[in-house]
Design a protein around this ligand. Structure first.
Ligand code: ATP
Ligand code: MG
Ligand code: FE
Length: 332
């Protein structure tokens, strides 16, 4: 089967082609306009999606060396995400399905982040745990089957990606700050500054206290020394990053013990973080885990994960009707 995947939930316009479960093209058009505003501006995002979607699909079809008549189904992100952005991908997918007389497949973006683990070998075996950490979500998911997933822990306030991006903003780094915090952290001392770990008994997370602690810490230090940030950027980033990672991994460890699971994975944009990747590999040694980490290009938003999710739905004959509407919030 040949599946075309479309992703447009936030600020990446992406198109991918999956042939018999193998990804043969994954085109991602990033939007740079949002850097000017320090965050994604929804109205601008949907307009740029409209400009980028047709070229992205053309390019994906070219790279895959197929003709559009060979496509058996079109899979698209139905949600969660920005409604205006989702509408562009949804409308394109519906029109493409109608024009080519092929089935339409709706995909949940958060499930797709997890199903990115099925793009390449080695693949985890069911049931496994996935720590999904992205710009809008932080979840521990018990994955029982491709589309049978249970959220066993999640953030009560900010997402992990937001914690990275807001930290970067407080430190005066441009948006999106996560990758820049990662870069500075590589050069710094993670034990130099101590930031608080929230005390939450269950498998849920909280990051808003950390954000406030960083805000006051920076305010007080800069009042003493106006050059404090420039002089200590690497150590601050390393210290904050190590705290975010310990918050995430302590809960993941707890979940793995609670559910007696050894196949453990990470997914979503923050799983691109080098510190998190190193730390989970280290924890795998002490906990006896098999750890699964997606390739960088499949961590942040991409249509390959939508196409692979679409492929597994295609095998089940799980299709959507032309009346399907995007959902800003969408449960599993
Ligand atoms: P969601 O998937 O929850 O709808 P999203 O699609 O916007 O949100 P992703 O594209 O999956 O999120 O991830 C983007 C987030 O990942 C941003 O917050 C970004 O800062 C963060 N991120 C990307 N690379 C890194 C990195 N190396 N270190 C830390 N954070 C990173
Ligand atoms: Mg993005
Ligand atoms: Fe995402």
């Amino acid at each position: 089967s040949v599946i075309l995947g479309i992703e447009s939930s936030c600020d990446e316009t992406s198109a991918s082609v999956c042939i018999d479960g193998k990804i043969v093209a994954n085109i991602i058009a990033n939007q740079t306009i949002h850097e000017l505003y320090g965050g994604v501006v929804p109205e601008l995002a949907s307009r740029v999606h409209q400009q980028n979607i047709v070229p992205a699909v053309h390019q994906a079809i070219n790279v895959a060396k197929i003709h559009k008549k060979q496509i058996d189904a079109v899979a698209f992100t139905r949600g969660p995400g920005l409604l205006g952005s989702l509408l562009v991908g949804t409308c394109f997918a519906k029109a493409f399905a109608l024009a080519n007389n092929i089935p339409l497949i709706e995909v949940n973006h958060m499930q797709a982040h997890i199903l990115a683990h099925f793009i390449e070998d080695p693949k985890p075996t069911f049931p496994f745990l996935c720590l999904t950490v992205s710009g809008g979500h932080t979840q521990i998911v018990l994955v029982k089957d491709y589309f049978d997933m249970e959220i066993v822990g999640e953030t009560l306030d900010d997402a992990a990606g937001e914690a990275f991006d807001k930290t970067a903003k407080i430190l005066g780094l441009p948006y999106p700050g996560g990758p820049l915090v990662d870069k500075h952290a590589k050069l710094g001392d993670p034990n130099r500054f101590k930031f608080p770990e929230p005390q939450i008994a269950d498998l849920n997370f909280s990051f808003s206290g950390l954000k406030t602690a960083i805000l006051y810490f920076v305010r007080d230090k800069v009042a003493e020394n106006p050059n404090f940030l420039e002089q200590n950027m690497d150590d601050i980033c390393a210290s904050v990053q190590s705290r975010i990672i310990s918050i995430l991994l302590n809960k993941l460890k707890k979940a793995a013990l609670q559910y007696g699971i050894k196949d453990v994975s990470i997914a979503g944009g923050v799983s691109a973080n080098s510190g998190l990747r190193n730390s989970i590999n280290a924890m795998a040694q002490t906990e006896g885990w098999n750890v699964f980490i997606p390739k960088f290009e499949y961590c942040t938003d991409n249509a390959a994960m939508i196409a692979i999710a679409g492929y597994y739905k295609f095998l089940k004959g799980d299709f959507a009707g032309q009346d399907v509407a995007p959902m800003a919030r969408m449960p599993f």
